[in-house]
Ligand binder design. Sequence first.
Ligand code: SR1
Ligand code: MG
Length: 383
Amino acid sequence: MAYEAFTEQSVVDHVRQLGLLEEGIAECEEIGDGNLNLVFRIRQGETSLIVKQALPYAKVVGESWPLTLDRSWIEQLALREFSKVVPQFVPDVLGSDRELAYTILEDLSSFEIVRTGFLKGESYPNLARHVGTFLGETLFATSDYANGPLVKKQIEKEYYNPELCDITEKLIFTDPYRDADSNQIEAALRPDVEQLWSDLALKIEVTKLKVGFVTKHEALLHGDLHTGSIFATRQETKIIDPEFAFYGPFGFDIGQIIAHLVFSTYAHPLKRFERFTEVLTVWETFEKTFRTRFTQAAEPFNTVGFVDELLPSILSDAIGYAGCELIRRTVGLAGVADLETLPDDLRIERKRHALELGTRLIKQRHQIQSIDQLIPVLSEVRV
Ligand code: SR1
Ligand code: MG
């Protein structure tokens, strides 16, 4: 069947043909509020499910930015891959279609998107431990260390995702450091951003991080692991939306989630301690899980002492990628509600903070030698 974007009516008809709905009335609503896709919730009696369909362009910009439909297939593949090791942390995939570019998912209505919950002042006591476990298990399980070279390359080739990687390369590593059309710079912040553009030492470090992003094929990444890609309740956590999945550096997803935990302190400075403790817990849980799994690493990677050198290098990458994410969401396309919903004076002040902290993390990532040294750096640059 040739691709066509669903409407609220046509998606119900299609899902009914698949046998997932009974005859009779079903309620359907398009609820997508992200940057790229259509998301339909369909309800009929006890049944409630989500159909996520890719559009052939980036919704956040419009039809002038064409975008591959393949991302939908990659997203469901990644969810299925993650569910092999951490089924508890991803939604159930109930169906998918490559041509029509959709995935049918269990409805997580009883969960809340973490960014939204944080904005309301909610807490998720298990979130950081769950995210750290998700990262430790999935990053290890998809790496050379778990699979050896043949199987790893078999998995890797499924995640050839050049167009989505291109978005990340441009929006995170390139456009914020030049006067690009995609940037969304507030007038009051222009002098700060121009200072960023003239900071050659910073731009060299960002280029190194970008080179790492494009050359290190270490593990299957989620690729867009921010607080809008996580559903949670006080008990449970589900990671969603891995359409940017690809093989990249271990530290990338870890850095992104660290940056978004920092972003969430901007609307709620009194929650700083809670958020920074979560940063600590994400890293410590990741490290412990990864280390434990490493005892099962394939030869010859399990050389004594190797993992003790690998983990600090993942941490410094993660710190650098956190810095890049802080800067790109402040200067570039696709800002975050944690900043954009603030009143003018506070917003500008906190955006300056994000630029300053981001710059510092990128430049000092090799001097920060442990997670315990990172937390004071996050706290020192005062909000
Ligand atoms: C054109 S897509 C803009 C951003 O939205 C996604 O969530 C990713 O973060 C991407 O960079
Ligand atoms: Mg997304």
